[in-house]
Design a protein around this ligand. Structure first.
Ligand SMILES: [Fe+2]
Length: 176
Protein backbone atom coordinates (compact mmCIF):
# COMPACT_ATOMS: atom_id res chain seq x y z
CA UNK A 1 0.00 0.00 0.00
CA UNK A 2 1.31 3.42 -0.95
CA UNK A 3 0.12 6.64 0.66
CA UNK A 4 0.85 10.24 -0.14
CA UNK A 5 -0.54 13.56 0.94
CA UNK A 6 -0.92 16.93 -0.68
CA UNK A 7 -0.82 19.96 1.56
CA UNK A 8 -1.44 23.56 0.58
CA UNK A 9 2.31 24.03 0.20
CA UNK A 10 2.20 21.43 -2.61
CA UNK A 11 -0.58 23.21 -4.50
CA UNK A 12 0.76 26.66 -5.31
CA UNK A 13 -0.88 28.03 -8.45
CA UNK A 14 -3.82 25.66 -8.33
CA UNK A 15 -6.45 28.22 -7.33
CA UNK A 16 -7.35 31.40 -9.15
CA UNK A 17 -7.48 33.53 -6.00
CA UNK A 18 -3.84 33.45 -4.92
CA UNK A 19 -4.48 35.83 -2.01
CA UNK A 20 -7.22 33.63 -0.56
CA UNK A 21 -5.02 30.58 -1.07
CA UNK A 22 -2.09 32.17 0.79
CA UNK A 23 -4.40 33.34 3.61
CA UNK A 24 -5.85 29.85 4.11
CA UNK A 25 -2.38 28.29 3.92
CA UNK A 26 -1.05 30.73 6.53
CA UNK A 27 -4.07 30.79 8.85
CA UNK A 28 -4.53 27.03 8.95
CA UNK A 29 -0.85 26.14 9.11
CA UNK A 30 -0.39 24.39 5.77
CA UNK A 31 -3.48 22.18 6.07
CA UNK A 32 -3.95 18.79 4.46
CA UNK A 33 -5.70 19.17 1.09
CA UNK A 34 -6.05 15.52 0.10
CA UNK A 35 -4.51 12.12 0.64
CA UNK A 36 -4.26 9.12 -1.67
CA UNK A 37 -3.78 5.47 -0.77
CA UNK A 38 -3.36 2.88 -3.48
CA UNK A 39 -2.39 -0.71 -3.97
CA UNK A 40 -0.56 -1.84 -7.06
CA UNK A 41 1.00 -5.05 -8.28
CA UNK A 42 3.91 -4.76 -10.68
CA UNK A 43 2.71 -7.29 -13.23
CA UNK A 44 1.46 -7.06 -16.82
CA UNK A 45 -2.24 -6.31 -17.06
CA UNK A 46 -2.62 -5.39 -13.40
CA UNK A 47 -4.91 -2.70 -12.03
CA UNK A 48 -4.28 -0.02 -9.43
CA UNK A 49 -7.03 0.39 -6.86
CA UNK A 50 -7.12 3.03 -4.18
CA UNK A 51 -8.93 5.91 -2.55
CA UNK A 52 -8.64 9.65 -2.55
CA UNK A 53 -9.84 11.62 0.48
CA UNK A 54 -10.35 15.24 -0.51
CA UNK A 55 -10.89 17.65 2.37
CA UNK A 56 -13.76 20.15 2.06
CA UNK A 57 -13.36 23.90 1.80
CA UNK A 58 -13.41 26.92 -0.44
CA UNK A 59 -10.50 29.04 -1.69
CA UNK A 60 -11.84 32.34 -2.95
CA UNK A 61 -14.88 31.19 -4.94
CA UNK A 62 -13.50 27.78 -5.86
CA UNK A 63 -14.25 24.54 -4.10
CA UNK A 64 -11.41 22.29 -2.92
CA UNK A 65 -10.00 20.17 -5.72
CA UNK A 66 -7.27 17.78 -6.77
CA UNK A 67 -4.62 18.93 -9.23
CA UNK A 68 -6.03 16.87 -12.07
CA UNK A 69 -4.17 14.84 -14.67
CA UNK A 70 -4.39 12.90 -17.88
CA UNK A 71 -2.96 9.44 -18.26
CA UNK A 72 0.38 9.22 -20.02
CA UNK A 73 -1.01 6.20 -21.84
CA UNK A 74 -3.82 8.17 -23.45
CA UNK A 75 -6.02 5.14 -24.09
CA UNK A 76 -6.15 4.29 -20.37
CA UNK A 77 -9.56 4.63 -18.77
CA UNK A 78 -10.51 4.94 -15.10
CA UNK A 79 -13.45 4.10 -12.88
CA UNK A 80 -14.46 6.31 -9.95
CA UNK A 81 -16.80 5.16 -7.20
CA UNK A 82 -17.99 7.68 -4.65
CA UNK A 83 -17.78 6.18 -1.18
CA UNK A 84 -18.92 9.24 0.77
CA UNK A 85 -19.29 12.98 0.51
CA UNK A 86 -20.54 15.25 -2.25
CA UNK A 87 -18.36 16.08 -5.20
CA UNK A 88 -18.01 16.78 -8.87
CA UNK A 89 -15.87 14.79 -11.28
CA UNK A 90 -14.66 17.26 -13.87
CA UNK A 91 -13.41 15.88 -17.18
CA UNK A 92 -11.96 17.75 -20.14
CA UNK A 93 -10.79 16.59 -23.52
CA UNK A 94 -7.74 18.00 -25.25
CA UNK A 95 -9.91 20.42 -27.20
CA UNK A 96 -11.20 21.98 -23.97
CA UNK A 97 -14.66 20.41 -24.00
CA UNK A 98 -15.89 19.81 -20.44
CA UNK A 99 -18.01 17.07 -18.98
CA UNK A 100 -19.01 16.90 -15.33
CA UNK A 101 -20.59 14.26 -13.14
CA UNK A 102 -21.98 15.05 -9.72
CA UNK A 103 -20.75 12.51 -7.18
CA UNK A 104 -22.79 11.24 -4.26
CA UNK A 105 -22.40 7.97 -2.37
CA UNK A 106 -22.60 4.87 -4.60
CA UNK A 107 -22.32 6.94 -7.77
CA UNK A 108 -19.97 5.51 -10.42
CA UNK A 109 -18.04 7.67 -12.86
CA UNK A 110 -16.22 6.57 -16.00
CA UNK A 111 -13.27 8.54 -17.35
CA UNK A 112 -12.75 7.77 -21.05
CA UNK A 113 -9.24 7.50 -22.48
CA UNK A 114 -7.72 10.83 -23.45
CA UNK A 115 -9.69 12.92 -20.97
CA UNK A 116 -8.14 15.02 -18.19
CA UNK A 117 -9.88 14.45 -14.87
CA UNK A 118 -10.08 16.13 -11.49
CA UNK A 119 -12.20 15.70 -8.35
CA UNK A 120 -13.84 18.66 -6.62
CA UNK A 121 -15.39 18.58 -3.17
CA UNK A 122 -18.58 20.67 -3.16
CA UNK A 123 -19.79 19.34 0.18
CA UNK A 124 -19.00 19.97 3.82
CA UNK A 125 -17.48 16.56 4.61
CA UNK A 126 -14.44 14.82 3.13
CA UNK A 127 -15.07 13.44 -0.36
CA UNK A 128 -13.95 9.81 -0.49
CA UNK A 129 -13.58 8.30 -3.95
CA UNK A 130 -12.37 4.84 -4.87
CA UNK A 131 -10.55 4.60 -8.20
CA UNK A 132 -9.39 1.80 -10.48
CA UNK A 133 -7.09 2.20 -13.49
CA UNK A 134 -4.53 0.27 -15.47
CA UNK A 135 -1.21 0.03 -13.63
CA UNK A 136 0.83 1.21 -16.61
CA UNK A 137 -1.40 4.25 -17.29
CA UNK A 138 0.89 6.87 -15.71
CA UNK A 139 -0.16 10.38 -14.69
CA UNK A 140 0.67 13.59 -16.52
CA UNK A 141 0.00 16.64 -14.31
CA UNK A 142 1.94 19.02 -16.53
CA UNK A 143 -0.85 19.17 -19.10
CA UNK A 144 -3.06 20.92 -16.54
CA UNK A 145 -0.34 23.29 -15.37
CA UNK A 146 0.59 24.22 -18.94
CA UNK A 147 -2.99 25.33 -19.63
CA UNK A 148 -3.20 27.21 -16.28
CA UNK A 149 -5.86 24.77 -15.10
CA UNK A 150 -8.94 23.35 -16.74
CA UNK A 151 -11.21 25.38 -18.99
CA UNK A 152 -13.95 25.48 -16.32
CA UNK A 153 -13.86 26.26 -12.59
CA UNK A 154 -16.26 24.79 -10.03
CA UNK A 155 -17.34 27.73 -7.87
CA UNK A 156 -19.79 28.54 -5.10
CA UNK A 157 -23.34 29.28 -6.23
CA UNK A 158 -25.51 29.93 -3.19
CA UNK A 159 -25.66 26.64 -1.32
CA UNK A 160 -24.54 24.75 -4.43
CA UNK A 161 -22.02 24.96 -7.22
CA UNK A 162 -21.75 25.99 -10.82
CA UNK A 163 -19.25 25.89 -13.65
CA UNK A 164 -17.71 29.12 -14.87
CA UNK A 165 -15.01 29.77 -17.48
CA UNK A 166 -11.46 29.85 -16.16
CA UNK A 167 -10.09 33.29 -17.10
CA UNK A 168 -6.50 32.03 -16.96
CA UNK A 169 -7.09 29.08 -19.28
CA UNK A 170 -4.68 28.70 -22.18
CA UNK A 171 -6.27 26.45 -24.84
CA UNK A 172 -4.11 23.60 -26.03
CA UNK A 173 -3.17 23.17 -29.64
CA UNK A 174 -4.76 19.89 -30.61
CA UNK A 175 -2.88 17.93 -33.29
CA UNK A 176 -5.07 17.08 -36.30
FE1 LIG B 1 -6.43 9.09 -13.43
Amino acid sequence: MRRYEKRFSDLAGLYLDEQAFRARWRDAGDPLAYSVEDFRVDAPGSLVVGTTVLEPGVVGEEYAMTRGHIHVMRSATEIYYCVSGHGVLVMEDLGGESSVLELSPDCVGYVPGGWIHRSVNVGTDPLVVLFVYEANAGQDYGIVEAACGLSKLVVVNGDGWMLVPNPRYVPRTVPR
